[in-house]
Design a binder for this molecule. Structure first.
Ligand code: AR6
Length: 176
């Protein structure tokens, strides 16, 4: 097990993920990788066409990105140098491995971050918007998975959880 000299900070910000000044922002993408609403819409709108072009190239190269997986592009016009496009599961009632897939989406994002020398990364509340994952369960999985990962891998300095609503802010504040 390798540890960084300094433990990673887990922080909480209420706001728009597209304006975060971090090495990478994570997108709550879909398997098609070509944009959508919510976080995905905002990231492509603010980040510009380059991100979409890179997503297209990935799609041609490796096909659709299944739930639980993640891919990486540049950050286009965003302050962030990279966008990690993570695909969360669609909530189907809890019996379709949604919890495991959500954890994998966080874990695979962090794995990609390490491979690219990313030190600071911002996550949205993956799957809790259009995909309908219950907010509290999702937050517990997010925080637990991230904590476990950063505790057992060195290299990440800050993981910032970005919440959009006051309700989500309260949930994360309790967990952190
Ligand atoms: N910054 C931070 N958080 C945001 C922002 C923003 N700019 N906009 C929304 N949120 P969602 P999902 C919050 O629906 O559930 C897309 O169409 C939002 O309030 O973006 O994983 C994709 O293309 C919620 O808490 O992602 C997929 O098809 C959270 O981000 C699908 O939606 C996630 O909501 C993915 O659905």
């Amino acid at each position: 097990m390798t540890h960084s000299a300094q433990a990673a900070r887990l922080t909480l910000v209420r706001g728009d993920i597209t304006s975060q000044d971090v090495d990478a922002v994570v997108n709550a993408a879909n398997s098609g990788l070509l944009g959508g609403g919510g976080v995905d819409g905002a990231i492509h709108r603010e980040g510009g066409i380059r991100i979409l072009e890179e997503c297209r190239a990935i799609l041609v190269r490796q096909g659709r990105c299944p739930a639980g997986e993640a891919v990486i592009t540049s950050g286009g016009r965003l302050k962030a140098r990279y966008v990690i496009h993570a695909v969360g599961p669609v909530w189907q009632g809890g019996e379709a491995e949604e919890e495991r897939l959500l954890a994998r989406a966080y874990e695979n994002s962090l794995r990609l971050a390490l491979e690219h020398g990313i030190r600071t990364i911002a996550f949205p509340c993956i799957s809790t918007g259009a995909y309908g994952f219950p907010a509290e369960r999702a937050a517990l999985i997010a925080v637990t998975t991230v904590r476990e990962f950063v505790d057992s891998h060195g290299g990440i300095h800050e993981v910032r959880f970005i919440v959009f609503s006051e309700a989500d802010r309260e949930i994360y504040e309790r967990l952190l």
